[in-house]
Design a protein around this ligand. Structure first.
Ligand SMILES: Cc1cc2nc3c(=O)[nH]c(=O)nc-3n(C[C@H](O)[C@H](O)[C@H](O)COP(=O)(O)OP(=O)(O)OC[C@H]3O[C@@H](n4cnc5c(N)ncnc54)[C@H](O)[C@@H]3O)c2cc1C
Length: 407
């Protein structure tokens, strides 16, 4: 709940109870096979967390933000290697400083955390926290396949069950998660995205918004505005759907595409490691050896079969699978991808022999170094990682606060 507040996601439930609040009818799926979980998309204004939290940081009396300060080395104490004595920071123009503190928390994203630990070899040649060669290992992502598209048999019914809806500018999108994992399967879900035709005004507007988000107003001049105006009736219909009904606009020329997503089993050999090349800041570049195996393929094929079966059962549609993907014939496509959910590299474990941090997110063998983020997840689940990362971060901060108060 606290995390939902920080992000401004509102108090709506994440499960099927949300349909009632949205005043919508769920698809008639068997609850023993699929559970609905709503994902929530941040309001537009809050998408850039740096900008969104900027004012709070500026006002804060106990936070100092250093911009362009890249952490490049974790420096262990000369006499006691179980203590970090400083973090070296460096800017791209070559300026350097040492930052000292009582406790250090690395929150640099899963891949960068592994890189920093591995590249900090001042006192330990194998890197910080890497006595048992665990840093960078058990790397995971969510495996995603763009599997097919739905041919609706009852479009109205289908849209009731799958259409994303805005509540107070927060986008609510239903996902259909396997309730019980079948034998040999990982956790997994199906989600439908309405893919606008690349020539439609919607596609062009979307690209424009993304550019504006990244670069600000100067992006406007680059996108051909007249081509957006030519599709105006469709854009107006979408605008009315959004402003009056709170529905996510669905372009007239769009296809309901089925995405299948699953977790990965942790594999020690799936790993992030240092490359020989050095980057512009002076750190070794990294390489990722990302493994995807039979379990994920079995899972996604089973998910596909069950999702199609339930769509047909609920009389809402059938699926036309894209070439190469054939759940009945167990054919898996060559095209699958990760989902930018980098997980692992500094996994949590009871024993230092099996991981990098303990249950408090403290690096094994280094008493004042902590890690927050999905790097510490020992398993990935199919659910998205940010909430769990933030929950772990809040728990750690509360713990450090309590310790400081009692000291
Ligand atoms: C396109 C996309 C869509 C996503 N969608 C979702 C979603 O819907 N739901 C979800 O749960 N997750 C989603 N994710 C994943 C989500 O973004 C991550 O789980 C989350 O951002 C991780 O937070 P973090 O703070 O650990 O790392 P990050 O958000 O990566 O933040 C790390 C910060 O550390 C800084 N940094 C990195 N290296 C250094 C260094 N050496 N020195 C100093 N600073 C450094 C970076 O500049 C950055 O500001 C998505 C990711 C992408 C890319």
């Amino acid at each position: 709940m606290k995390i939902g507040e920080v992000l401004g996601l509102g108090g709506t439930p994440f499960d099927a109870g949300c349909y009632k609040i949205l005043n919508r009818q769920p698809l008639d799926f068997d609850d023993d096979i699929f559970s609905v979980r709503f994902s929530k998309g941040l309001p537009w204004k809050k998408r850039n967390i740096g900008r969104y939290l900027k004012k709070a940081f500026e006002k804060s009396r106990d936070t100092t933000v250093l911009l362009h300060a890249n952490a490049v080395e974790i420096i262990l104490d000369e006499e006691d290697v179980s203590l970090v004595s400083a973090i070296r920071i460096r800017s791209y123009d070559g300026r350097e400083r040492l930052i000292t503190a009582n406790d250090y928390i690395l929150a640099a994203g899963a891949i960068e955390i592994s890189r920093l630990l591995l590249a900090s070899r001042n006192r330990m040649p194998q890197g910080v926290g890497n006595r048992y060669d665990n840093v960078g290992r058990w790397f995971m992502d969510h495996v995603c396949v763009r599997a097919g598209y739905i041919v609706p048999s009852d479009r109205k019914k289908l849209l009731q069950g799958i259409r994303p809806v805005y509540v107070s500018n927060v986008l609510h999108t239903p996902r259909f998660e396997l309730t019980k994992t079948q034998s040999g399967c990982c956790t997994a879900f199906a989600q439908i995205v309405f893919e606008a035709h690349p020539d439609s005004a919607f596609s062009k507007l979307r690209a424009l918004f993304h550019d504006i988000q990244r670069e600000g107003g100067k992006a406007v001049s680059r996108r051909p505005f007249w081509s957006i105006l030519s599709d105006m009736p469709d854009v107006m219909a979408g605008f009315v759907a959004y402003t009056v009904l709170g529905l996510r606009p669905i372009p007239a020329r769009s296809t309901p595409v089925v995405l299948l997503v699953c977790e990965q089993p942790p594999r020690r050999e799936s790993r992030i490691f240092l490359a020989d090349a050095i980057d512009a800041i002076g750190l070794p570049k990294i390489r990722v050896h990302w493994l995807v195996g039979g379990e994920e393929k079995t899972t996604l094929l089973a998910l596909a079969r069950l999702f199609e079966q339930q769509l047909i059962r609920s009389k809402s549609g059938a699926i036309q699978w894209f070439g190469g993907f054939n759940p009945a014939g167990a054919a898996f496509p060559a095209e699958w991808a990760g989902w930018y959910h980098h997980i692992g590299g500094a996994r949590m474990s009871v024993s230092p022999t099996d991981g990098v941090v303990d249950s408090d997110c403290r690096v094994h063998g280094v008493s004042n170094l902590y890690i927050v983020g999905s790097a510490v997840f020992p398993t990935s689940s199919c659910s998205f990682p940010t909430f769990t990362s933030m929950a772990l971060a809040l728990r750690l901060v509360a713990k450090l606060d309590r310790r400081r108060a009692s000291a």
